[in-house]
Write a protein that binds this ligand. Structure first.
Ligand SMILES: [Zn+2]
Length: 49
């Protein structure tokens, strides 16, 4: 089961979709497709799509 999340980069502020595998989001990282910054997925979730 996968979920689709809307997340926002803390560095450049751009929003993008993320689809982490599994239910546990803690410790999952996402690389920003715009500026390349890596951030914690859980902290930057705007909403679930
Ligand atoms: Zn960024």
């Amino acid at each position: 089961m996968s979920i689709l999340l809307l997340v926002q980069c803390p560095k450049c502020g751009n929003k993008m979709k993320a689809s982490p595998r599994g239910n546990n989001l803690s410790g999952k990282k996402k690389r920003c497709v715009y500026c390349g910054a890596t951030f914690s997925l859980r902290d930057r979730i705007i909403r679930q799509l």
